[in-house]
Design a protein around this ligand. Structure first.
Ligand SMILES: *Cc1c(COP(=O)(O)O)cnc(C)c1O
Length: 471
């Protein structure tokens, strides 16, 4: 690294492309040096491609990649999407040159160790003293593992989750052959504890899934209140914190943080899932599942005639359902955590501005002639609706704002997302909208980039103009 003349802070965004390129070539060169230590060999002719045709194909690729939404830009305030931190990109590419497989220590001891270290940092973040955990390729697979363990530890029992939980839970129950029990939500999109207790009383539930940050609204289930309830019925709790897990870092009850009670209560739950590829600055391919009781390892036990040679220590493949898994993803997370560890001061400071942006957005909507706030944001997701009398109109104007916003020239365009609600859900939140349709779209903005904060007061007037123009 010392060949870089002026060490500067590693910056993000398009302006830092040259710096990123510099670090990437350093990383690739250093890895090639290590490879060269094993002595020269002749690369096979079948792998050699003609340079001219490669350049043409690459040009084609780069051209095709322009067909994307600008997830990196603060004027993109739509779905849960943003580019990884440059540290993650550099860590990923460096490790990918070797392509280690974190299924087993034989597949890459260095990245397997990095995975253990990064997962231990996640366990500390959630307040687990002891843990069994590993990275996964996604939140879906991480939740599948948690529900698999739920089934194995309470055979024959069902799994309950809120109606607003991620659709993966219903699907995975189907896949695992476990009865699924959707539970009603309250008028803020959180699991209704009375409705939950009614289901628990049947004695058929082995595990309750709680979500700290629903994918749609960012609603946080009251984990702290559910703990006592579930322990009374001898029910396990799994927390789906795929989106919201890193908000644990700013769960401090301050004006720019989030409510602490549900997040600190995760420490007493049986398992938790978090997606570093959502709020952990990672490229896709990085979820994580953690169990409080390392003994659940017994459910994974298997023998393999072709893996596990080099160590008597447990291999990651012995505690996960997936086999091959990217070692580069572990290197990316590890390197990111070296410079932005999951602490309130470091990674917490990346989440806080988005939270402030959501609060500011919500308070500005209070004075808006065009939009009303759908419900108070609990995290960094804001939902809002055009002030129109009929639900069909709310739906039409929302769609108009979405479409006309992104059709503007690139340096003016605004990108939002829509969210489908029922007439009853609108009424439950006190919106005086005539139900001339059963359902309709409102608007939704996930403000997950720290840069969003500085753009709220620019974005809202643009969105108001778009709504006003939709007669
Ligand atoms: C994103 C998400 C999932 C699914 O995770 P993937 O990484 O997209 O597979 C599950 N639950 C919640 C709450 C999520 O936000």
């Amino acid at each position: 690294m010392n060949e870089l003349p002026h060490p500067a802070p590693l910056a993000t965004g398009p302006a830092a492309a040259e710096q990123l390129g510099g670090y990437l070539s350093t990383a690739v060169r250093e890895m090639s040096r290590w490879m060269a230590e094993f002595g020269p060999y002749r690369p096979h002719a079948s792998l050699q491609v003609d340079e001219t045709s490669f350049r043409a194909a690459l040009d084609d690729l780069l051209g095709r990649l322009r067909d994307n939404y600008p997830f990196f830009h603060p004027r993109y305030a739509g779905q849960m999407l943003k580019p990884p931190h440059p540290a993650a990109v550099i860590g990923y590419v460096a490790a990918m040159t070797v392509n280690p497989n974190n299924h087993a220590l034989d597949g890459g001891p260095a990245t397997a160790r990095m995975e253990r270290e990064a997962v231990a940092q996640l366990a500390t973040m959630f307040g687990y003293d002891d843990h069994l955990g590993h990275l996964t390729s996604s939140g879906t697979i991480a939740n599948l593992e948690a529900l698999f363990v739920a089934r194995e530890s309470h055979p024959g029992k069902g799994i309950a989750f809120s109606a607003d939980a991620h659709y993966t839970h219903g699907r995975m129950c189907h896949l695992l052959g476990v009865p699924a029990h959707p539970v009603a939500t309250d008028d803020r999109g959180r699991i209704d504890l009375d409705a939950l207790e009614e289901v628990l009383r049947t004695g058929t539930i082995g595990t309750v899934v709680l979500t700290t940050g629903t994918t749609g609204l960012g609603a946080v289930d009251p984990v702290h209140e559910a703990l006592a309830l579930c322990s009374r019925y001898g029910t396990r709790i799994h927390v789906d914190a795929a989106y919201g897990g890193f908000f644990r870092l700013i769960a401090d009850d301050t004006a720019e943080g989030v409510a602490s009670a549900p997040f600190t209560a995760i420490a007493d739950c049986d398992s938790v899932v978090v997606d570093p590829h959502k709020h952990g600055l990672q490229p896709y391919g990085c979820g994580a599942v953690l169990f409080k009781d390392p003994d659940v390892m017994r459910f994974y036990r298997h023998d393999s005639p072709y893996t596990y040679f080099t160590s008597d220590q447990l291999h990651l493949g012995e505690i996960s359902l997936e086999c091959s898994r990217s070692g580069a993803a572990a290197a990316a997370l590890w390197l990111t955590f070296q410079v932005l560890p999951p602490t309130p001061e470091a990674l917490g400071a990346v989440l806080r501005p988005g939270r402030r942006a959501a609060l500011r957005w919500a308070s500005l909507l209070g004075e808006s002639a065009e939009y009303a706030l759908y419900q108070e944001p609990e995290l960094d997701i804001v939902t809002y609706l055009p002030r129109r009398r009929r639900l069909s109109e709310v739906d039409r104007v929302s769609a108009h704002v979405l479409e006309t916003g992104m059709a503007l020239p690139p340096d003016e365009a605004v990108f939002v997302a829509t969210y489908d609600v029922s007439a009853a859900e609108l009424a439950g939140r006190g919106h005086p909208v005539t139900a001339d349709a059963d359902r309709g779209r409102i608007l939704r903005s996930v403000l997950m980039k720290p840069e969003s904060e500085a753009h709220v007061s620019l974005l809202l007037p643009r969105l108001e103009k778009l709504a006003a123009a939709a007669h």
